[in-house]
Design a protein around this ligand. Structure first.
Ligand SMILES: Nc1ncnc2c1ncn2[C@@H]1O[C@H](COP(=O)(O)OP(=O)(O)O)[C@@H](O)[C@H]1O
Ligand SMILES: [Mg+2]
Length: 303
């Protein structure tokens, strides 16, 4: 079975993309899993990072078949009764390459995002079936689910149609969060919106499986008093949500956390992902690798 895992948070800049891409890379390269990343953010940062900007522009944005080769087409097919998305054209196989095009990770694939995802909220009003079930249905019908150990879904920074589709389709959802007071403010709202979607999923999915919270991942972490205090606040709130049955009992904070390091945005600018970066192993590489192992240990029994 494939485990579908979405990375959600209404806030932008909390590390969703950085974590989804690097975990995906380590799962595929070091832990030998077959991984598909689905980019649902119209800003397409996971796609342009993984494909590098030139390839992304050439193959996704300026391709004459555009936008049939992006996640946007999955929604278009449902909303406008088209039938263009296919595994062959829609999936960028072995997406991580070096400058010469040599494959770096054979089992890491991508369904890229397209800026046209910006139209989704407006276009979805034309769709008369369950609006948040489109991704789930497509993954089942296209038999994409049979091909991978993990499907990771990188969501936009809001809880709109795309994120709700990701949640509905997931076995597990993860919440990257920066443990500072401002980033934490939107958290109750996030859980409330998610709870609504989870209720619908339990009723309306063919398999009636409820997506579970796989935990919170602390990002941009620094050893300051404010961050330690906020982490405690998060922990306390999690306990309350579990008591109120808003979250499942094993929804905990990951032990592996990601430290704030300026080298991370620098490496993204160069199109490098941590599992394939050359040179001496950095502390960030160790952290993301540990996080990927913790992830795999938590969820591999669901495969
Ligand atoms: N651990 C980190 N330390 C420093 N900067 C980071 C770290 N993780 C991500 N970033 C930077 O923070 C910004 C937001 O990260 P990103 O993964 O794009 O967040 P999101 O997908 O939630 O919007 C990016 O510029 C990224 O390079
Ligand atoms: Mg992002």
């Amino acid at each position: 079975m494939t485990v579908i895992v979405s990375f959600i948070n209404r806030k932008g800049g909390v590390g969703k993309t950085t974590i989804a891409v690097n975990i995906g890379g380590y799962l595929a390269k070091t832990i030998n899993r077959k991984v598909l990343l689905i980019d649902l953010d119209p800003q397409a940062s996971a796609s342009s990072w993984l494909m590098t900007q030139d390839r992304y522009l050439e193959q996704i944005v300026e391709n004459p078949l555009n936008p049939q080769n992006s996640s946007y087409q999955i929604f278009r097919d449902a909303i406008f009764n088209e039938n263009f998305f296919s595994i062959d054209t829609g999936i960028q196989k072995a997406v991580a390459r070096d400058k010469n095009g040599t494959v770096l990770i054979p089992t890491f694939d991508l369904i890229a995002a397209n800026a046209k995802l910006d139209n989704l909220e407006r276009e979805i009003v034309n769709y008369n079936d369950l609006k948040i079930a489109i991704l789930f249905e497509a993954l089942m019908n296209l038999r994409i689910v049979d091909e991978y150990d993990y499907i990771l879904v990188d969501c936009p920074p809001n809880m709109g149609t795309a994120s709700q589709n990701a949640l509905f389709a997931s076995n597990v959802f993860l919440i990257p969060i920066i443990p500072d007071p401002l980033s934490f403010q939107g958290f109750p709202e996030l859980i409330n919106t998610a709870s609504q979607t989870l209720k619908i999923a339990t009723r309306r999915r063919d398999d009636h499986k409820k997506p579970l919270c796989g935990g919170l991942i602390l990002s941009h972490s620094r050893n300051t008093l404010a961050m330690r205090n906020t982490t405690e606040d998060i922990r306390n709130l999690l306990t309350i949500y579990k008591e109120e049955s808003k979250l499942n009992d094993n929804a905990d904070i990951f032990l592996s956390k990601i430290t704030y390091r300026t080298a991370i945005p620098d490496s993204q600018g160069q199109g490098t992902i941590l599992p394939t970066a050359k040179g001496r192993k950095t502390d960030s590489q160790t952290e993301f690798e540990d996080l990927a192992y913790e992830f795999d240990n938590k969820f591999k029994d669901l495969i």
